[in-house]
Design a protein around this ligand. Structure first.
Ligand code: C2E
Ligand code: MG
Ligand code: MG
Ligand code: MG
Length: 273
């Protein structure tokens, strides 16, 4: 009720502040067109096994090739896409392409490699989602057990029962499900009691806290809870060798960050593999 009230106040403010014609974000119109033209593609960032020091997976991160020589980062279009169903098309475009790329790398010899891809919670309420997911894996010829779906937003509690059923169904199909940005914003430990998932990604803001007493105590608690539940733990935003060492010593299984690589286009992945 509070949210509805806020939304109402907000839209009143919007109407006051702007001409009605500018309320539809021009970026959204451009993006819809770009999606039709196949301009939204994944770039990839390695996920490293912290003990072995080897690349074991890659995260697919959306990039928008908006014009020749122009590659837009998610900050330009994901918030806009998330305000409507456009995010569903972004996620699907990235998922489909990522699975095709993955099949290529697996066939080239990296058989155990996995790909992680970001999924908006909006999918969980859609009837066609499970079919689309299965279809993407089948078309690419990829085993679902080598695909991680990163849930990027928390599900509103009123949708929790239905969402939980969809998460269970995705896992029954063989896909792995992780909570993304864990410990930040709305994602909370209570999510672990409401959903059965395979892993968590500790939010990048915690990597900055490695080396501080408080930060490390909190990370150790997250690792302990997750490990006790049999979940894998990935830490995001590792930028220095000392953060790497501390994360490994705290029991994080996987790491991701600029220390190893920024997100890169597919040909660069083939080179480091
Ligand atoms: P995310 O899923 O948490 O992805 C990690 C983000 O952190 C990426 O930003 C990555 O480039 C950045 N990052 C990784 N290592 C480091 C580091 O060491 N230092 C710093 N400062 N940053 C690091 P990116 O690619 O800009 O993506 C931002 C967010 O946009 C993603 O966060 C994800 O929530 C969202 N996103 C990206 N692609 C998609 C998509 O296809 N669908 C959906 N729904 N969301 C997406
Ligand atoms: Mg992610
Ligand atoms: Mg995120
Ligand atoms: Mg994240």
């Amino acid at each position: 009720a509070v949210l509805l009230e806020l939304a109402e106040l907000w839209s009143v403010e919007l109407c006051r502040a702007q001409d009605v014609s500018t309320v539809v974000d021009p970026v959204a119109i451009d993006l819809a067109r770009g999606l039709e033209r196949g301009e939204v593609v994944p770039w990839y960032q390695p996920i490293v096994d912290l003990v072995k020091g080897e690349v074991v997976g890659v995260e697919a991160l959306a990039r928008w090739r908006r014009a020749p020589g122009v590659v837009e980062p998610p900050s330009v279009f994901i918030p806009v896409a998330e305000a409507s169903d456009l995010i569903l098309d972004v996620d699907l475009a990235v998922l489909r392409r990522a699975l095709v790329d993955l099949a290529g790398w697996q066939q080239a010899g990296k058989t155990g490699l996995w790909v992680s891809t970001n999924i908006s919670a909006r999918h969980l309420g859609r009837d066609d989602w499970l079919d689309q997911l299965q279809d993407a894996a089948r078309t690419a010829g990829v085993d679902p057990t080598t695909v991680v779906l990163e849930l990027t937003e928390t599900v509103a509690p009123e949708d929790a029962v239905a969402s939980r059923a969809v998460v269970d169904a995705m896992r029954d199909l063989g896909f792995h499900v992780w909570f993304d940005d864990f410990g930040s914003g709305w994602s909370a430990l209570s999510d672990l009691t409401r959903f059965t998932v395979d892993g968590i990604k500790i939010d990048r803001s915690y990597a900055d806290q490695l080396g501080t007493k408080t930060g490390e105590v909190v990370i150790a608690a997250l690792v302990s809870a997750a490990t006790e539940l049999g979940l894998s733990v990935t830490i995001e935003g590792v930028e220095t060798p000392s953060q790497y060492e501390r994360a490994r010593n705290l029991g994080c299984h996987f790491g991701q960050g600029y220390l190893w690589s920024r997100p890169v286009p597919p040909p660069a992945v083939a080179r480091w593999l």
